[in-house]
Ligand binder design. Sequence first.
Ligand code: URA
Length: 284
Amino acid sequence: MTPDPAPTVRQLLAFYLEAGVDCALTEEPVDRLSEADTAPAIRTAAAGEPAQARPARTTPATTLAAPAPRHEIAPAPEAAISSAREAARTAPTLPALRALLENFDGCALKFTATRLVFADGNPQARVMFVGEAPGRDEDIAGLPFVGRSGKLLDRMIAAIGLDRTSAYIANVIPWRPPGNRTPTPQETQICLPFIQRQIELVNPDVLVTLGNPSTQTLLAAREGIMRTRGKWFDYHTGTRTIRAMATFHPAYLLRSPSYKRLSWQDLRSIAKALEPHSRSLENS
Ligand code: URA
């Protein structure tokens, strides 16, 4: 039996692409197996401020003297989560929060993403949409929802008479997971304090979670999107209670267009809640 011929470079690249491996992280290959089992300190300072270097809980003292290069090892998740909580709390404004995230080294996704995808739209908006995590197009543009699903989100927002000048858009995770893989629970927990603070600072009247991951993360919903969508939740921003509704993620609607009808129903409820006489729970 003659062995299969070795794959061509083109075939190998096609294989990688299909597996979601669509970007090179460094110029040179890295032998991960030879790396020491250590975690670096977490940098959380805002841009221009001195970094508050703190050892991760499991970090031996020697690691601080010779930290691993920034892109190589993520800090221990528990240390990163508490560092994220502490950092997010201190951001007084959205630009400060953005600067904080730019300097936060606690989430490994930062080192594989091209750039931070913080938000798009109007920070004064009365409605805020939150998706899961940026994809390839967003990673390149540095803006959320600019690809195919973003075009559909624009149409969904237009259905309630708004656009990106009158709505605010962000994601639970502000860095693209490599190959668009699902973020790990740890990555989500590390990023959670930042999106919670972002919601608090935008202070919308209505929060719309797009799809299951952002609904389960932000609204602590246990059931799937089929059951949670279209219902009103109370969301505590930290300073007040606002109304929140889950609807389908536009990427899901692109795959399953028959659900657009239900999504349009959700959007009608959202539009109603945004009518001038409709007040937030806090005032009712
Ligand atoms: N999907 C998301 O959840 N967010 C984006 O920004 C793009 C696609």
